[in-house]
Design a protein around this ligand. Sequence first.
Ligand code: SF4
Length: 354
Amino acid sequence: MTSAAVSLPVPRVPGRRGRLQDNPVDGVKKVLLAAPRGYCAGVDRAVVAVEKALERFGAPVYVRKQIVHNIHVVRELESKGAIFVDEVDAVPEGAHVVFSAHGVSPAVVNAASDRGLVAIDATCPLVTKVHREAVRFARDDFEILLIGHTGHEEVEGTAGEAPDHVTIVNSPADAATVEVRDPSKVVWLSQTTLSVDETMETVRRLRERFPELQDPPSDDICYATQNRQVAIKKVAQGADLVIVVGSANSSNSVRLVEVALEHGAKAAYRVDYASEVQQEWLDGVATVGVTSGASVPEVLVQEVLDELSGAGYSDVEEVRTAEEDLLFSLPKELRQDATGRRDARALGGRSGRE
Ligand code: SF4
């Protein structure tokens, strides 16, 4: 890594060691495994895009920001020759750069172009949809209340499409203080990975103040975020403890912990790795719920299940609330191989990482 490389949050890996103990509890030990969980179509496409870029153009391939918010995925791609940078000015002129699944503002696209970089845009199409909405409403001179977290890359990218028209609303509490120029021309949009319930509460409060507030043309919170929240709500009702596999900077993973606690789980924790599961979390726990964020490869979930199995939680029941079969085609620069033949994964990239 160069000094310009992205500084990755180092996951907290406590010093528990040895396997978890199989201590007695009241009741039968079991795991409720949420489904859907893990990789969404946008994450799968972005990860495959970096892998294909490495195959097609050779290492190194530069990636602006973490391609997806999962430390394991980022480390794996680094080992294959990807170099993660904070900004495009850290990329050598003329090199290939992949934009992450969270999207970029036009200013970043222009900066890459000015530098002569060959950009490959792995922005999730569902994020691009929100960008287009922002552009359209700004063109019609609407003020856009963008519900999302200040500083999150996706929010920076969306806001950057129409900086003079966007105001960020971070939480329901913000709805009480946000000011608009013309209450008759206001629309709300949102980050794709928020809590559905909290976002609806923010909208309710905004509408109390601005009755003419317009809704987005379709849901901005994406199908994957919604499906994972519905599944964990069902699991949480019957779980003493919920474990969410996902990184600290993964918005949808952090939301899953909150949603689990709001819907009946007595405790909920997020872990990057199975080794972070703490013995004391299991004290008196008969039923453990398990899920994972949209940027998490299934192998990390299986490692948690293995750990739990060693502690007596070997009975695993899947709780499925939806089927998912969405796939997105790869960025256009990667749909053909070096000989011009169409790539087998061009129209959807199940990466086989599970
Ligand atoms: S979480 Fe949703 S918006 Fe984000 S990459 Fe996945 S499908 Fe796209």
